[in-house]
Design a protein around this ligand. Structure first.
Ligand SMILES: [Zn+2]
Length: 237
């Protein structure tokens, strides 16, 4: 996997030139927080990256429960039985293979690669809510791509790890806005209107670095983010 560093955040990218899938190692005093778990065959490379950094992975935080973000979860948990696993309470149901909607939610189908019931053996240890802290990370609820998508702001550097709430590969876009050169995040999006509201919420945090599930990290993303939000507003009118 290709490794790129910005402040205390390491971006690990599988297939950077073909179909880039990112996960992140966030350096903390007590070890590393892995944000997302990429694809099933990435476990070894993720562990190797942590060894090269020289700290153990002590927790795994998931932005959402799509297959390209949880793929290596079970093999990592088998190799690192003491790590604690965190996911939003809402997407923990998707992780367990239950894609049913809840009362009060937009009755749009959940899209993308949701695991079959029982396919993922790992049970989360912590069900996250808006405002929770995981080391230096602040949990921000950003529904839209999935009903329980979460983003994580490293408050030391204002680096925002947004999962698929936004994409950067193929051009910056709010989740649900189709970019022909990399249409996959848009095709896997549950609720475009909610995605737009979540993007506005993230913009208000004024991130200094934007780090997402697909695409290279972007420094000083303010202007690009504003443009992506304006584009989504136009399309959703
Ligand atoms: Zn993804």
């Amino acid at each position: 996997m290709r490794i790129t560093k910005s402040n205390q955040v390491y971006q690990l990218t599988y297939l950077p030139h073909i179909f880039p899938v990112n996960c992140y190692l966030v350096e903390e005093e007590d070890g590393l927080t892995l944000v997302d778990a990429a694809l099933p065959n990435n476990a070894e490379a993720i562990i190797k990256a942590a060894e090269d950094i020289g700290k153990p992975i002590v927790r795994i935080v998931l932005t959402h429960a799509h297959s390209d973000h949880i793929g290596a979860l079970d093999s990592l948990k088998a190799r690192l039985p003491d790590v604690k696993v965190y996911i939003s309470a809402r997407d923990s149901r998707l992780l367990a293979g239950d894609a049913a909607l809840e009362p009060g939610e937009s009755q749009l189908p959940v899209k993308g690669g949701v695991p079959k019931p029982g396919a993922i053996k790992t049970m989360p240890d912590v069900l996250l809510q808006e405002g929770d802290r995981i080391g230096s990370l602040l949990a921000i609820s950003t529904p839209g791509h999935t009903p329980g998508s979460m983003s994580f702001l490293d408050t030391r550097s204002q680096t925002l790890i947004a999962g698929d709430a936004l994409q950067l590969r193929g051009g910056i876009a709010v989740s649900g806005q189709l970019k022909p050169w990399f249409p996959f995040p848009a095709l896997a999006t549950w609720n475009k209107q909610a995605s737009l509201e979540s993007a506005r919420k993230l913009q208000a945090y004024k991130p200094a670095v934007l780090a997402v599930g697909h695409g290279n990290m972007l420094q000083q993303p303010g202007a690009a983010l504003a443009k992506a939000i304006a584009e989504a507003e136009r399309k959703l009118k």
